[in-house]
Write a protein that binds this ligand. Structure first.
Ligand code: ZN
Length: 149
């Protein structure tokens, strides 16, 4: 299977069966966003414990396949990780879409790397980049009050 097909399959799978939907129990941070260009909406909920571990992470959203897949992949990849890691990966991810760079963090499993890289296809479609980045920007804004990025 070509990489491009594999990437499409991953996105479709996450869009059809989004992981971590709804409000996670005991969340203490949340933020929402709206992409008027496409009509996508997302609301991110996270539970940050006192060691800055993301013990709960979920989302509510509606919109196109890219926006749903992106939010699903975000929650799946960052749940259980700490805030510092999450910020680094988010910056890597945004950089991948805007500057066509590769994910630099080397602490991801090969599976996680493939999954997150599946969204790199939107680089070719500037109108869709916002669909893919919205959930990640929303995560950053949810934890903005916590400390400086
Ligand atoms: Zn969209």
């Amino acid at each position: 299977m070509e990489l491009k097909e594999l990437y499409q399959e991953i996105i479709l799978d996450h869009a059809k069966n989004p992981r971590n939907q709804g409000k996670c129990e005991g969340y203490n941070y949340d933020a929402k966003a709206h992409n008027p260009l496409c009509g996508d909406k997302v609301h991110i909920y996270l539970k940050l414990d006192k060691d800055e571990n993301i013990s709960g992470l979920s989302f509510e959203g509606e919109g196109c396949a890219i926006s749903l897949a992106s939010a699903s992949i975000l929650t799946d990849t960052l749940k259980g990780k700490d805030l510092q890691f999450s910020r680094k990966l988010t910056n890597d991810f945004l950089d991948m879409l805007k500057n066509k760079s590769k994910i630099r963090l080397n602490s991801l499993s090969e599976d996680q790397l493939t999954t997150i890289s599946s969204l790199s296809g939107v680089q070719e479609f500037p109108m869709r980049i916002k669909c893919a980045t919205m959930a990640w920007h929303t995560l950053l804004s949810a934890v903005k009050k916590k400390s400086k990025i």
